[in-house]
Design a protein around this ligand. Structure first.
Ligand code: PBG
Length: 342
């Protein structure tokens, strides 16, 4: 080849590889897309409150409400109509029922147990997930009980088992320990099995960080005020750690966890990715209250396009390896997906 034709050749073929070709047309973008969001990915958290005829807006979470049990029916029907596979209940109980040992947690007629029964009576196929942790029930707002000024691991475990059992008895499908006590998954698994609840699943909050992103949630369940003296750092993980998350997850799996949650979500995508790569198990992100409120706040100010920002935030979890996402945006997303099929 002559020098001249060489030159022409390299000019004509520059750049030889054009990444934009696959992106040029809509059909092609559809063909090359690596991840998709489906309604099957969604878990919706629902806040329950005491009393009657209440649908209370949660100030720090625009668009999210606490429902009294009598108004729960409509919400369950709405979620069912969107074909969302599962919900997660969180209670706000009366201050007068809160105690230092959180014993309302294992009252078999407590708010959560009643909510489970209502949900199951309306749609038994809607999966019900319930937290196991004492913070909605303790007067000090901690997930465990305090002995000698410390959260006592082993005494807390006994109460958590009782809490898991009343929830299973009420019909809960998935027990989600979110307390971060050591050994809780194993002891809850044993308690469930011994009581004949072999098929109740455990979705552990395997790696749960001591995060400021939970602020609005604590407002939602009314556990915020009491925590000022002591944070949750003695049981929830240090945001600076990542190897430790792998060990936490390995332990939960060895103790019998069927699925694991990483929480918060978006600030911890690296943890989600590492956990999925390492263990190849069902992994869920909890896009927590603070993430919701940040996104919602910016949408409300007109700084973000609502649909685009929500979908992008959820896609990030899919890309990182999540099988599903616990998100306050679940009904919005399900609605969008339904409309895009029309
Ligand atoms: C309770 C619990 C918390 C959340 C879920 N379960 C709060 C906490 O640990 O303080 C947070 C959920 C959210 O912020 O949306 N252990």
């Amino acid at each position: 080849m002559t020098t001249a034709s060489n030159k022409l050749h390299s000019l004509n073929s520059f750049p030889r590889i054009r990444m934009r070709r696959n992106r040029m047309k809509n059909f092609s973008r559809r063909l090359v897309s690596e991840n998709t969001i489906s309604t099957d990915d969604l878990i919706y958290p629902i806040f329950i409150t005491f009393g009657n005829n209440k649908k209370e807006p949660i100030e720090s979470m625009p668009g999210i409400h606490r429902f009294s049990l009598d108004l729960l029916k409509d919400e369950i029907e709405y979620i069912s109509s969107l074909d969302i596979p599962a919900i997660a209940f969180f209670p706000m109980i009366q201050q007068s029922l809160k105690s230092s040992d959180g014993k309302e947690a294992f009252n078999k007629n407590n708010l959560i147990c009643e909510a489970i029964k209502i949900s199951k009576s309306i749609n038994k196929n809607l999966g019900v997930i319930c937290d196991v942790a004492l913070d909605p029930y303790t007067d000090h707002g901690h997930d465990g009980i305090i002995i000698n000024d410390e959260i006592d691991n082993d005494q807390t475990l006994k109460i958590l088992c009782k809490q898991a059992l009343v929830q299973a008895e009420a019909g809960c499908d998935i027990i989600a320990p979110s307390d971060m006590m050591d050994g809780r998954v194993g002891i809850i698994r044993d308690a469930l099995d011994n009581a004949g609840y072999n098929d109740v699943q455990i979705m552990s909050y395997g790696a749960k960080y001591a995060s400021a992103f939970y602020g609005p949630f604590r407002d939602a369940i009314g556990s915020l005020g009491n925590l000022s003296t002591k944070g949750k750092q003695s049981y929830q993980m240090d945001p600076s750690n990542s190897d430790e998350a792998l060990k936490e997850i390995a332990l939960d799996l060895s103790e019998g966890a069927d699925m694991v949650i990483i929480k918060p979500g978006m600030p911890y995508l690296d943890i989600i990715y590492r956990v999925k790569q390492e263990f190849k198990i069902p992994v869920y992100a909890y896009q927590v209250s603070g993430e919701y409120s940040m996104i919602m706040g910016a949408i409300k100010n007109g700084w973000f396009d609502e649909k685009k920002i929500i979908m992008e935030s959820i896609m990030a979890f899919k890309r990182a390896g999540c099988n599903g996402i616990i998100t306050y945006f679940a009904p919005f997303i399900a609605q969008q997906l339904k409309e895009s099929k029309k």
